[in-house]
Design a protein around this ligand. Structure first.
Ligand code: PRX
Length: 629
């Protein structure tokens, strides 16, 4: 499955476009199927309906675990590095992983979880999080992981949207020097989640928690008595594997649905090719399992490839900003995959945190989640990679399931800020605002993909029409990514950022509409508009313009109210960095907020606001510019 040279990449790419079905069937031959497919692909981007490896039967966990056992039962699948520095490492072998996953799968079965049922996972970055995903997959339950930083309200919405039956959680999570409650948040969420029948609670921070009789169970007590075997449920290729909620331009987050077969084939193929992982190497992706990167490139991709990975519970700057590099040195990490926001934060902390550590084991560096600015790229290249490690700048999305545009390590020559070239099977095109294809090189447009790949989104849970509207109607016949993109003279792709109302804060996707609706819940605020602005560390920060009628409250009191409301409804990740109180918003005569103007103000481009003559009240702009923070 692994491409070995640029020449081979070009030939493989050409083959994958000319004969996609034959190409992907060849890749799919590398997996263990109980029954092979009758047909490789059926697709229609209009409805949309996309099916890969039709009627094939298998179980992804047998491919992640069981099939490696004869040769690697005692090889390490994960090194677990705890939040607290200096704790002895826990090494989890493939056999251990098998046993733990089976035990947990048996608990889920005892809880009445059947194939197709949804299970919510709300856990910190502990091995049990990975076991949870796999235990669901083992019995055909659909996992819905909710990032631990989301609030009770956000958790409740997600549980109810997909009618989950069970929640897997822990007493709390460590975040640097702090302990964050998780069970208490689950309790609050469950005050209005009628479909939840059972909650399994891991003892982790050892904080005292409230256990509800009949509903809540202790993790250790339940799992310890289970046999370490559990037959893997036979799944159809197009049975759902998981739901993962993500933000878009409008409305509430939607549940992106991925199915078993195509997702398995693509995550493994992309993992092996992008990182050029070699047997025996140690791979470390610093993402959280709550995001898609944690699904595809901590859990499924590496395990399918039989890789040895690092699982890290902590944060980059605790106990100090050398933590990442200390772990790289200690575990002799060969492939390191992180987000630009972490690189920028560690760059700002200074080289004194890098110098003490031997980073000579590193062979490949990766970046994901947001555009990487040239300065951060160079710092990473020079100080971490010592100018000998390629940086794979991997572009993809929750909806794409896996990496679509990226260099292949040591094969594709890199350029700072460029995701470079599409993986085999990926057919990107740039279109103008009318949907006309922009051909040639040295051009810029909206990034679309014109042919399905195995791990493309299948639907948005419970609302297929929303999936169609969001991704397949803007440019009929194409999957629209929501990203702007340049294609340079060499045909290399550079993602320039979202062209819709989505903000990317520290690599986390946040919809402006969601933040606005949380702000508008404050009694003091009558209306708000939220935009992104460039932020040195986070990539983008959140700037909120809020209309507050005359009040006796101070600005600081209102600001706190707004922050509390966002914290409560979404979670701390969506808290605005800047809040400006205004008496009006720039609106057209038809009442539409002109965000273009607000974006410019937030970016500090106050002398170049463009045409404001169509505004209902141009004076509002003057006031907003004067009050800029
Ligand atoms: O705007 C792009 C940005 O992150 C968005 C996808 O976010 P999410 O679904 O949360 O998945 C993040 C992890 C894959 C994209 O639409 N993005 C992701 N990777 C890159 C990127 N922007 C530029 N360069 C990247 N390498």
């Amino acid at each position: 499955m692994q491409i070995k040279s640029f020449e081979e990449y070009k030939n493989t790419y050409e083959h994958s476009v000319r004969e996609p079905e034959q190409f992907w069937a060849g890749i799919a031959e590398n997996f263990t199927w109980k029954k092979k497919w009758d047909k490789v692909l059926e697709w229609n981007f209009k409805t949309p309906e996309i099916k890969w490896f039709l009627n094939a039967k298998f179980n992804i966990t047998e491919n992640c675990i069981d099939r490696h056992l004869p040769a690697k039962a005692n090889d390490v699948a994960f090194y677990f590095e705890e939040n607290e520095d200096g704790k002895p490492n826990k090494a989890i072998t493939f056999q251990n992983l098998h046993d733990e996953v089976c035990k947990l799968a048996n608990v889920l079965k005892n809880f009445g979880v059947n194939k197709g049922d949804r299970v919510c996972i709300y856990l910190p970055m502990v091995p049990e999080a990975v076991y949870s995903l796999l235990a669901c997959a083992r019995i055909g339950a659909v996992h819905s992981v909710v990032f631990g930083g989301f609030s009770a309200q956000a958790l409740q919405d997600r549980i109810n949207d997909s009618s989950c039956k069970v929640v897997l959680t822990s007493d709390g999570a460590f975040r640097g020097s702090k302990k964050i409650p998780m069970k208490a948040t689950v309790d609050e969420a469950l005050s209005a989640c009628p479909t939840i029948k059972k909650v399994l609670v891991l003892k982790h921070t050892l904080e005292k928690v409230n256990m509800v009789a009949v509903r809540d169970h202790d993790w250790e007590t339940e799992t310890v008595t289970q046999p370490p075997v559990c037959e893997a449920t036979s799944m159809d290729s197009e049975d759902p594997l998981f739901i993962l909620y993500t933000s878009g331009s409008t409305g509430k987050p939607k549940g992106v649905v991925h199915t078993c077969g195509g997702y398995m084939v693509f995550t493994c193929y992309s993992f092996l090719n992008v990182f050029q992982y070699q047997p025996g190497q140690v791979y470390w992706c610093t993402a959280d399992v709550g995001w898609v990167t944690g699904h595809s490139y901590i859990t499924y991709g590496p395990l399918l490839a039989g890789a040895t990975s690092v699982l890290f519970e902590g944060v980059p700057n605790y106990p100090d900003s050398g933590r990442f590099w200390k772990i790289v040195d200690k575990l002799k990490v060969n492939v390191f995959y992180t987000a630009p926001t972490a690189i920028r934060a560690l760059e700002a902390a200074g080289l004194d945190f890098v110098k003490p550590y031997d980073l000579s084991s590193l062979k490949v560096l990766g970046s994901v989640g947001e555009p990487i600015n040239e300065e951060a790229w160079q710092w990473y290249h020079k100080n971490i990679g010592k100018e000998k490690c390629p940086i794979v700048d991997t572009w993809w999305q929750t909806e794409t399931g896996g990496i679509l545009i990226s260099p292949l390590a040591n094969i594709t020559s890199t350029k700072p800020g460029y995701a470079t070239l599409p993986l085999p099977g990926i057919q990107p095109i740039l279109v103008d605002d009318k949907g006309k294809e922009i051909t040639g090189n040295g051009v810029e447009g909206n990034l679309c993909i014109k042919f399905p790949w195995p791990s493309i989104i299948r639907t948005t849970y419970g609302d297929h029409e929303r999936c169609r509207q969001t991704y397949f109607t803007t440019y009929p016949g194409l999957y629209f990514t929501g990203d702007g993109c340049k294609r340079d003279e060499d045909g290399y792709y550079r993602i320039t950022g979202r062209v819709d109302d989505v903000i990317n804060v520290s690599g986390h996707r946040i919809g402006t509409a969601e933040v606005e609706s949380a702000i508008n819940e404050c009694t003091a605020v009558v209306e708000s508009a939220v935009v992104g602005y460039p932020h040195d560390i986070k990539g983008q920060g959140i700037y909120a313009f809020c209309i507050v009628p005359k009040t006796t409250k101070t600005h600081e009191e209102i600001r706190q109210e707004i922050l509390n409301s966002v914290n409560k409804i979404i979670g701390p990740i969506a808290k605005p960095d800047k809040i400006q109180i205004v008496s009006g918003l720039p609106k057209t005569r038809s009442g539409k907020i002109m965000r273009r103007i607000l974006r410019k103000v937030a970016e500090g481009e106050i002398h170049n606001l463009g045409d404001i003559s169509t505004l209902l009240d141009p004076l509002v702009v003057e006031e907003i510019v004067k009050g800029k923070i």
